[in-house]
Design a protein around this ligand. Structure first.
Ligand SMILES: [Ca+2]
Length: 366
């Protein structure tokens, strides 16, 4: 049985050495520091303090001092929590109490950061913090770098989320060519797929004929997924006009396009089997200012035509490796031809269809 003074001395020494051992380990200092601190404190701590705290602290000191700051340092810190705190208190020395208490607490558990603030003792705390991080990284983390990157690319359209829409390049004239809008849908499917808001070619009515516009995503960085199979996932509902005029059958419609260069060039999503081919009716026996002099980007492209059926439908499209760039983009482009002989927007709307509704877009690993 040692005297109280002896005991206090031991504990105080332990704290100082433990702390410096932690610091040395953390910074990969001279190995002898750790060796000494670890060996002595390990045994002493165990004897004096008893219980798991003491023995664990000893282990921590050893490993920390040895430079193997990893997980073992953190374990030592855990023991040190109770040991340090107790020692500091019983030692009674002002410096010892502050340093010991802080260092012990710091080394213990996850309080590594507070250890940083504890001067010398903090160094040991830092070792604990580092090992804690290592342990986390080795443990059940949140997935691969690709999956972590994709976590940013989830859009429910309750907010715009960086998406935008505009008429197609080169389109001009006094007509509503772009009526994409975001909000609560009452036409078409009657409501959005998730939440209350989504994008639609018209949220509460049919579309206007002669439209040429696209809903476009923000730039998506897929470089972390260069070696991972990923796909675009979205939900949609659509109903486009089709009719026969001049001996041909015409199909309004929309398609999904990918860009790997931030929107400079676009290609219809490769490998996707679309239900139809968009075939824009440019004329219905009258003069249509909305059609001239512009062409329709989607005319002749594979896409969604006619109707998707009842209820929202889920779509999945593989994103080929050649598109997994730092500036991947996706857009929903659509076009509507002449479905009724009128140049009045409101009247044309009455003879068209509800159009295209899009919600809950994201990119996921396959
Ligand atoms: Ca939504």
């Amino acid at each position: 049985m040692r005297s109280e003074f002896h005991k206090a001395c031991f504990v105080a020494c332990f704290l100082l050495l433990s702390c410096s051992a932690g610091g040395a380990g953390d910074t990969y200092g001279p190995p002898h520091t750790g060796g000494t601190g670890g060996d002595e404190q390990g045994g002493t701590g165990g004897d004096e303090q008893g219980g798991a705290g003491g023995s664990t602290a000893g282990t921590g000191g050893k490993n920390t001092g040895g430079g193997a700051t990893g997980g073992k340092g953190g374990s030592g810190g855990t023991g040190g929590a109770s040991t340090g705190g107790t020692a500091g208190a019983s030692t009674g020395g002002t410096a010892g109490a502050a340093t010991g208490g802080s260092a012990g607490a710091a080394t213990g558990g996850s309080a590594g950061s507070s250890g940083k603030d504890a001067g010398v003792g903090g160094a040991a705390g830092t070792a604990g913090a580092d090992s804690g991080t290592d342990a986390n990284e080795a443990g059940p983390d949140t997935g691969s770098p690709c999956q972590q990157a994709l976590a940013a690319y989830v859009w429910d359209f309750e907010t715009a989320g960086g998406w935008s829409h505009a008429k197609m390049d080169g389109v001009s004239g006094s007509w509503t060519f772009d009526s994409w809008e975001r909000g609560v849908a009452s036409s078409g499917p009657g409501s959005c797929h998730g939440g209350t808001q989504c994008y639609a070619t018209n949220l509460d009515n049919n579309y206007i004929q002669c439209q040429r516009a696209a809903l476009r995503s923000p730039s998506i960085n897929l470089t972390a997924c260069a070696q991972t199979e990923i796909k675009l996932v979205f939900w949609h509902w659509y109903d486009f006009w089709t009719g026969t005029y001049g001996g041909s059958t015409w199909y309004d419609g929309g398609t999904v396009e990918f860009s790997s260069d931030g929107g400079t060039s676009w290609a219809v999503a490769p490998g996707v089997t679309f239900p139809g081919t968009i075939t824009i009716n440019p004329d219905m026996g009258s003069s249509y200012a909305c059609l001239s002099p512009n062409s329709f980007h989607v005319d002749g492209l594979a896409g969604y035509t006619q109707a998707s059926g009842s209820g929202w439908a889920k779509v999945e499209m593989a994103i080929p490796q050649s598109f997994r760039s730092s500036q991947f983009m996706v857009r929903f482009a659509y076009g509507t031809g002449v479905s009724y002989q009128t140049t009045n927007e409101t009247t044309s709307m009455q003879h068209a269809k509800p159009g295209w509704y899009v919600d809950d877009v994201n990119v996921v690993a396959q």
